[in-house]
Ligand binder design. Sequence first.
Ligand SMILES: Cc1cc2nc3c(=O)[nH]c(=O)nc-3n(C[C@H](O)[C@H](O)[C@H](O)COP(=O)(O)O)c2cc1C
Ligand code: SF4
Ligand code: SF4
Length: 265
Amino acid sequence: MKNKTTHFVFFSPTGTTQTTILTVGKGTGCKIGTILDLTKEAPQKTPTFTEADLVVVGMPVYGSRLPSLAVERFKSLQGTNTPIVPIVVYGNCHYGDALAELFDLCSEQGFRPVAAGAFLGEHSFSTADLPLSPGRPDAADKKQAETFGIQIGQLPATARLEPVQVPGNRPYKPAPQLTGSATSVDSAACTKCGKCIEACPTQGMHMTSTAAEADPDNCIWCMACERICPSNARSLTHEKVMASAQKLHDHFSARRDPESFLAAN
Ligand SMILES: Cc1cc2nc3c(=O)[nH]c(=O)nc-3n(C[C@H](O)[C@H](O)[C@H](O)COP(=O)(O)O)c2cc1C
Ligand code: SF4
Ligand code: SF4
């Protein structure tokens, strides 16, 4: 893969997926090409990639699957037997069928997976009171991501990863319902700076006379608004999220390590 140009495609509301795939890309030693951030919108122009390219695509795991918004936005891209590396980033619980789903999505869009990875990020629901895989990806994760990139760089141009090499059920387990409530705001703390509205991947927020409010029908619980708020004015206190965070803290604290899968040489 050495003479290729590496392009990056990601959906990453809290930034861990972006950090991970850029680190993998650094390891490949290839020339850096386009960086396509699908977090806030699909690309304006529909890019088509060729066999001279290498694409690294990253998405977070939501409920052991991919965020449907990320899937929809990725469908605007087209490969032509273009080598691709699908990577999912998860919060130390399970990645379930997400990697298989991303592998299949890449194939459906004309890309040829050559390697795949499941990496770790701080869980979106992590808070100071209930930390969940805090600080990840950390130095060890980044080292593994870079090593994975080096291995990708050494693959032959014709490499192909087989679907059976990637863990996951086919058909995938059903995705859980993740909407119906939104982050709430402490109006007294909100300075109406608008940063959360700008960061929201669904454009599902608006400013009122007192504070920035989120629309429950459009919230995907991604926590981008909570992370970016300089006044710590936002939180997600839905009982399902609180229960899930407590369960993760109690039962999924043991460190999990990144996994990577490479085409046979
Ligand atoms: C709605 C939602 C569902 C999630 N489901 C899972 C899950 O099933 N397993 C897991 O380990 N982490 C899960 N996570 C955690 C994210 O996968 C993890 O925090 C990831 O690093 C976020 O990526 P980002 O920083 O690119 O947004 C979930 C996060 C959200 C917001
Ligand atoms: S309102 Fe919901 S979808 Fe929008 S940034 Fe906040 S958590 Fe994400
Ligand atoms: S980022 Fe925080 S302070 Fe700024 S508008 Fe949003 S909630 Fe208010």
